[in-house]
Design a protein around this ligand. Sequence first.
Ligand SMILES: Nc1nc2c(ncn2[C@@H]2O[C@H](COP(=O)(O)OP(=O)(O)OP(=O)(O)O)[C@@H](O)[C@H]2O)c(=O)[nH]1
Ligand SMILES: [Mg+2]
Length: 220
Amino acid sequence: MKIVTVIPAYNEAVKIEKVITKLKPYVTEIIVVDDASQDNTFEIAQAAGALTIRHIINRGQGAALRTGTQLALGRDADIIVHFDADDQFQAEDIPEMIAPICDGSADAVLGSRFLTKKSKLPKSKEYIIMPLARLVNRLFFGIKLSDPQSGFRALSRKSAEKLTIENDGMAHCTEIIHKLFKNNDRIVEVPITVVYHEFGQKLSGGFKIIKDIIIQKLIK
Ligand SMILES: Nc1nc2c(ncn2[C@@H]2O[C@H](COP(=O)(O)OP(=O)(O)OP(=O)(O)O)[C@@H](O)[C@H]2O)c(=O)[nH]1
Ligand SMILES: [Mg+2]
């Protein structure tokens, strides 16, 4: 079973080597898509042993995931795991994330910060952005998930082949889930722990994602 991780990375020179090192015991191959970082994310990821490719301009996380997922399919991945470059996800959660695909009970697995494993989120995120994101996803897309904004997901090859990620920016989370449902994929949420290294986050970024999700619905 070939398990390929796809890591979208933008200016993650400080964290990327640690993330790659921690992932190695759990996956067959690591793909880093450097989204035209201004630091040396690309060189560090390559030296750390990841298959590293680069966008020549900054396209956004969704576009980087699209590039990486296509490459992973081209390299015969059986399971594709989307994983952030900022050292917030735990590589140790990967066996539990891919288990439902390995045992044939799911096509897509979404990591959730709000199930049995508890993550300590910045208050603005936990009490304002996430409830709003859940509400918008439920109202506009009929998606009822505990963590619709999670970037940690595992896809079977079949699921990834059917998925077309068109949203370049951060609203890709909603787009991906919406399309997984439309494709009749069997979806499960699995508890994950997400570690927040910085707690001084601004609300504006979260509101922009919500706005992008709503625009996505309105232009469809
Ligand atoms: N390819 C690409 N990746 C990006 C971009 N911006 C952020 N990322 C990556 O996307 C991942 C998640 O970015 P974050 O800004 O932490 O977003 P988030 O994890 O949804 O938000 P938090 O829960 O607040 O951490 C990281 O691996 C970043 O390096 C971008 O413009 N392009
Ligand atoms: Mg993050």
